[in-house]
Write a protein that binds this ligand. Sequence first.
Ligand SMILES: [Zn+2]
Length: 82
Amino acid sequence: MVTFSPTPTQCDVCTDLFNEAPGTLIYDTNVMGRWGCICHKCFVYFGCTLGIGRGQKYERQANGTFLQTAGGLLTGGAKDAV
Ligand SMILES: [Zn+2]
């Protein structure tokens, strides 16, 4: 299991605070040529895609952490902290 650590609190693009509710989706993705942690709204708006080297999807768990649920390898990198 790969969780996003430290737990991000806001979108890097629109700066909206991430919803605290379980099931909230965020993305660690390439957006406009830069890497950022963004909300679902921005992910759709900028036409981002999932995959190795493109983007990973994370879903808020009941304990407040974000667990990676899609987007390629579920290990590796600085964010591989469980
Ligand atoms: Zn956003």
